[in-house]
Design a protein around this ligand. Structure first.
Ligand code: NAP
Length: 260
């Protein structure tokens, strides 16, 4: 991979921040998208200074309808051609469904599903026309089963996995590779946002962003897998639950999700 332009949503922290460093370090230009403009601007200065690449900042709230179109128009009006799209921005929410705020959940669906779908469409169409490109959609190991106490989040990630695998199939013949990255619990700001700090899941060994991004980056270069699951334990879990009754898996997930 040489001298490409990579658009990364959720570049201001966690997995997206590390992807930004990783691609810039490898000599690629980056388009950094998130709400925290100050963080993005100082990241852009750091990346341009350290790696001699171009970093373009787009402040956007992906929970707002139409934000993806604005991002696409800003990119094209700056004559930027996106070779790699990393749909990473996303968040979760812990709680029993009758108690969680519907406004937050609608926002989550907008960010995790709608914006990801729109950006895949806008940039993916151009990639198909050019017969070249990669899209990495950040799903989660949550995508493989229902998730009581985080029901909406798990459902959004199941959508991301399903969409990505279908597009991978459709666009393979057009030279565009679509992948779903499915990390398990990873040390980022995610657990604070989702109020998961005390859940058993996050108390029982999490991966680092470096490990997750390293694995994703390696697999993107190999261009073979449509589904990337970082970590041996996560791969084993995702594989084994396919053979277990769905109701039993759902009960186990609830136990793991519960607070200590
Ligand atoms: N950490 C985990 O355990 C884990 C596991 C599996 C999958 N994932 C997935 O990995 C992805 C990245 O999460 P992370 O763990 O790196 O969490 P994080 O540290 O909280 O980062 C989330 C990123 O998404 C951005 N974002 C959130 N809402 C946004 C909005 N409305 N508009 C634009 N950007 C928004 C945030 O930027 P601003 O706040 O600046 O807008 C931030 O850059 C998510 O899709 C998450 O579901 C995480």
């Amino acid at each position: 991979m040489k001298n490409k332009t990579v658009l990364i949503t959720g570049a201001s922290s966690g997995i997206g921040l590390h992807f930004s460093h990783k691609f810039a370090q490898a000599g690629h230009n980056v388009v950094l998208v998130a709400r925290s403009e100050d963080k993005l601007l100082s990241l852009a200065t750091e990346l341009e200074g350290n790696y001699n690449i171009k970093a373009h900042v787009i402040k956007a709230d992906l929970a707002e309808m139409g934000a993806s179109r604005v991002i696409y128009e800003q990119v094209t009006s700056n004559d930027i051609e996106v070779d790699i799209l990393i749909n990473n921005a996303g968040f979760g929410l812990f709680g029993e469904f009758e108690q969680t705020e519907i406004e937050k959940e609608v926002e989550m669906i907008q960010v995790n599903i709608t914006a990801l779908t729109e950006l895949s469409k806008y940039f993916g169409k151009e990639m198909v026309n050019r017969k070249n490109g990669q899209i990495l959609n950040v799903a989660s190991t949550a995508a493989f089963q229902p998730g009581p106490l985080m029901a909406v989040y798990y459902a959004t990630k199941a959508y991301v996995l399903s969409l990505s695998e279908a597009l991978a199939n459709e666009w393979e013949e057009h030279g565009v590779q679509v992948m779903a990255l499915c990390p398990g619990a990873t040390k980022t700001g995610f657990s604070d946002t989702a109020q998961l700090q005390e859940s058993k899941l996050f108390q029982s060994g999490v991966m680092t962003v470096e490990e997750v991004v390293e694995e994703a980056y390696k697999q993107m270069a190999h261009q073979k897998k449509a589904v990337i699951i970082p970590g041996f334990k996560n791969r084993m879990l995702a594989g084994s639950i396919r053979f277990m009754p769905r109701k039993m898996v759902t009960k186990i997930v609830r136990k793991v999700q519960e607070r200590i």
